[in-house]
Design a protein around this ligand. Structure first.
Ligand code: F0G
Length: 353
């Protein structure tokens, strides 16, 4: 698989596998090339040979969205677009806003009112996007932007834009490059289902490109209150603490089902309690601060391993999709109050836990 090494941009590194031409701007904020970090505490807890975490929160805007967004915005610019548009639970908005700013074009984001984590909202605003909140879930916001884009108002950069999936598949390439092959199983949170679709495409192309011999079983996890792919029907009022995956009717439904069935994997749900438990665990025991939605992959791994569903599996990768700093309120809420005392050694010592 030909590849430009080192610190080159994602578009340059994987140009041969992306829909880029000589006219595609080499847009970059340094996306991709994220760390694959081993998780020894999880390995011990679950009795699995190797557990690796793909830390996508290390991307420029703190989530995996940057991989697909850099390609989608570059292609939009190549096609002469002046405005990009998306619906978002927050991360897509932050990423679109940053890459639009970088490219010198405008960005409009439509968000579910009151359901976006503080860090993500701050990013979209800081990068100068026009931010509009609608009364309804993400799915309602997506329907609105699809209608607006259909009327030619702007270029849609949600993952229904195929360039998004193309960029996001590069994460699968990186996993294969790091491990020398695909893992036995991949655990990934599922919301609008673009990412599981992209990883599966990436793993298939990695085999064709000689980067891997095998493909992983794909295990996708939705939050129990927003699990349409598990129940097999859309959820009209999705609910979960993991606001990033609070999606009731995923746009890439078919892609997720294909990834599950072709790989011999599964799509299952985890409760908010399991998500928050995994979120706290990976921060305290592995030193990695991800956002609640990302922890659905760890919660899913634990659920499946504990039910005996991973006996044949030697090496797994969990995708940690977003950075914990995106949602500072959640971490603060779970930790409880901070003791405030006089500025003396004695007073501080007395409040040690
Ligand atoms: N994890 C995080 C942190 C996300 O922000 C998302 C999706 C997912 C997982 C699920 O990925 O949608 O491709 O299945 N966030 C979208 C957004 C919906 O608007 O930022 P997916």
């Amino acid at each position: 698989m030909p590849r430009v090494p080192g610190g080159a941009s994602l578009i340059e590194r994987y140009a041969a596998y992306l829909p880029v031409t000589d006219r595609t701007p080499r847009l970059s904020l340094g996306e991709g090339n994220t760390p694959l970090v081993r998780a020894p505490t999880l390995e011990r807890e679950l009795g699995i040979g190797e557990v690796w975490l793909k830390v996508e929160g290390q991307n420029p805007t703190g989530s995996f969205k940057d991989r697909g967004m850099v390609v989608a915005v570059a292609k939009a610019v190549e096609d002469g677009a002046r405005v990009v548009l998306c619906a978002s639970t927050g991360n897509t908005a932050a990423s679109a806003a940053a890459y639009a700013a970088r490219a010198g074009i405008s960005c409009t984001v439509v968000l579910p009112a009151g359901q976006v984590a503080a860090g993500k909202l701050a990013q979209a605003l800081a990068h100068g996007a026009q931010v509009i909140a609608v009364r309804g879930p993400f799915d309602a916001a997506l329907a609105v932007v699809r209608e607006l884009a259909g009327q030619g108002e702007a270029t849609l950069v949600n993952s229904v834009n195929p360039h998004r999936v193309e960029g996001q598949k590069t994460a699968a390439f990186e996993v294969c490059e790091s491990l020398g092959d695909a893992p036995d199983a991949l655990f990934i949170p599922v919301g609008n289902a673009g990412n599981i679709t992209a990883y599966w495409k990436g793993f298939n192309e990695a085999v064709r490109g000689g980067l891997a011999r095998t493909r992983p079983r794909m295990y996708g996890y939705q939050a129990a209150g927003a699990a349409p792919l598990v129940s097999g029907k859309p959820v009209s009022a999705p609910e979960t603490v993991a606001t990033a995956i609070r999606v009731g009717n995923p746009a890439s439904w078919q892609g997720a089902v294909a990834a599950r069935d072709e790989s011999g994997g599964a799509i299952d749900s985890v409760t908010d309690e399991e998500i928050l438990d995994a979120y706290g665990f990976v921060a305290r025991c592995e030193g990695i601060f991800c956002e609640p939605a990302s922890a659905a992959s760890i919660a899913g791994l634990r659920k499946r391993a504990r039910s005996g569903g991973l006996r044949e599996v030697r090496r797994v990768v969990c995708v940690l999709t977003g950075n914990g700093m995106k949602d500072p309120d959640r971490a603060r809420l779970l930790a409880g109050p901070i003791p405030e005392v006089e500025a003396t050694a004695d007073a501080v010592r007395r409040s040690f836990r």
